[in-house]
Design a protein around this ligand. Structure first.
Ligand SMILES: [Zn+2]
Length: 358
C-alpha cells in the first residue's frame, strides 16, 4: 500500500491527510492559516506534514492551494486570498521538510479526486465547477488534467455572460460568477427582500428582519421548507449555472460535470434548475447526449485526496519499475487500460511517465 500526504491550503485553514491508494484518508490534521505571512503559512504546512510523517512510510507529498500555480507545479503565481505573489512554494516547503513536494491548484486537486474516487468515477472527460463565493473550475481531458500552457486553464468564472453587466472583483463587468455563485444567490435574495418584503417574509424572518441579514444558509433553509422566494433565487442562480455549463459543453464536450463548492451543498435545489437550463441551451440538443451533471461527493476532503493522489502519480510505482511480477506485455496492457494516474504527463510536459518500458 503506497501512502501519500495531501495538503489543502486555503485562505483560512491548512488541512492535511494521509491518503491510501483507494482515496481513503487514514489520518487527518487541521490548522488555521496565517494567511498574511507567506513564511508562517509555509511553516504551518511543514508542521502538519512533519506531524503526519511521524513513523509512517510516505511515498509522496502534494500541496493543493487556492491560486494560480505555474505549469512546472512549483511556483504560486498569484493567490487571491493568501499573500503569495510569484512565491517559489515548492522550493520553500522542500527546504523546511527536506523532502520533495508537488504543488497543484486546489480546484485541479479536487477535480482529480472526484474523477478518481468520487462523483465522476469512471469518466475520462470531466469538468469540475466549484460554486462557492465565486466560481472555480478544473478540466480533465482524456483522463489527464488540462493545465494550459502557463498552468492557469479553467477560470470560466470570468467569462463575460452579460455585456455591461454587474461589476466583478476582477475589474470587468458581466462575469459568469456575478450571476451564478454564492454571492449571486445572496444578492438575488437581498434584492428581492428589498423590493418585495411581503413575498420574502420567511427569508427576512430567518435573516433577523433585514435584507442584509440574509445569507446562504438562510436561503437554503427557506428553500428546503418550500418557500417560493428562496426557491426562485435557486431557480435564477441554477439557471445561470446551467446556461454556463451549456457554453462550456460547446467548447469541451465533457461526459460529466461535477458541481462542487459551498452552494452545491444545496444539492438538487441548485442542480435541478441547472440541468433544465443546460438542456434548454445546449447546442445541437436532440442530436447529442446530455452530459451528466452531478453533485461532488468528497466534500471538503477532495483537495486533500486529490493533492495526495496527484503527488503519488509522480513517483515510480511497482507497476512501472520492472520489478513487477507481471510480464512486460501484460504490464503494458494493464497500464493502458487502467484509468490510472500513470498516464499523467511528467511535470516538464514531456512523455507520459508510464510509457517508459524497462
Ligand atoms: Zn470577473
Amino acid at each position: 500500500m503506497t501512502l501519500a500526504i495531501g495538503v489543502d491550503v486555503g485562505g483560512t485553514k491548512v488541512a492535511a491527510g494521509v491518503v491510501d491508494e483507494h482515496g481513503q484518508i487514514i489520518a487527518k490534521l487541521k490548522r488555521s492559516t496565517p494567511a498574511a505571512s507567506p513564511r508562517l503559512t509555509e511553516q504551518a504546512i511543514a508542521d502538519v506534514v512533519t506531524e503526519l510523517l511521524d513513523g509512517r512510510q510516505i511515498a509522496a507529498i502534494g500541496l493543493g492551494a487556492a491560486g494560480f500555480v505555474d505549469s512546472a507545479r512549483a511556483t504560486m503565481l498569484f493567490a487571491p486570498n493568501l499573500a503569495w505573489r510569484d512565491e517559489p512554494l515548492k522550493q520553500r516547503v522542500e527546504e523546511r521538510l527536506g523532502r520533495t513536494v508537488v504543488v497543484e491548484n486546489d480546484a485541479n486537486a479536487s477535480a482529480w479526486a472526484e474523477a478518481r474516487f468520487g462523483a465522476a468515477r469512471g469518466y475520462r472527460d470531466v469538468m469540475l465547477v466549484a460554486v462557492g463565493t465565486g466560481i472555480g473550475a478544473a478540466i480533465i481531458i482524456g483522463g489527464e488534467l488540462y493545465r494550459g500552457r502557463w498552468g492557469i486553464a479553467g477560470e470560466p468564472g470570468h467569462v463575460r455572460v452579460v455585456p455591461d453587466g454587474r461589476l466583478c472583483g476582477c475589474g470587468n463587468r458581466g462575469c459568469w460568477e456575478q450571476y451564478s455563485s454564492g454571492n449571486a444567490l445572496v444578492a438575488e435574495a437581498r434584492e428581492f427582500a428589498r423590493r418585495t418584503p411581503k413575498g420574502a417574509m420567511r427569508l427576512l424572518q430567518l435573516g433577523g428582519g433585514v435584507p442584509e441579514g440574509i445569507s446562504g444558509p438562510e436561503i437554503t433553509q427557506a428553500a428546503t421548507e418550500g418557500d417560493p422566494a428562496a426557491l426562485r433565487c435557486f431557480q435564477t442562480v441554477g439557471g445561470w449555472l446551467g446556461q454556463g455549463l451549456a457554453d462550456l459543453a460547446a467548447v469541451l464536450d465533457p461526459a460529466c460535470f461535477v458541481i462542487g463548492g459551498g452552494v452545491s451543498e444545496a444539492g438538487e435545489l441548485l442542480i435541478d434548475p441547472a440541468r433544465a437550463a443546460f438542456e434548454r441551451a445546449l447546442t445541437g440538443r436532440g442530436h447529442r447526449p446530455f452530459a451528466e451533471i452531478r453533485v461532488a461527493q468528497l466534500g471538503e476532503d477532495a483537495g486533500i485526496v486529490g493533492a495526495a493522489d496527484l503527488a503519488r502519480a509522480t513517483v515510480p510505482s511497482p507497476l512501472a519499475s520492472g520489478r513487477s511480477v507481471f510480464p512486460a506485455r501484460l504490464r503494458a496492457l494493464m497500464t493502458r487500460r487502467l484509468p490510472s494516474s500513470r498516464s499523467l504527463l511528467s511535470p516538464d510536459g514531456g512523455a507520459p511517465v508510464a510509457s517508459r518500458e524497462p
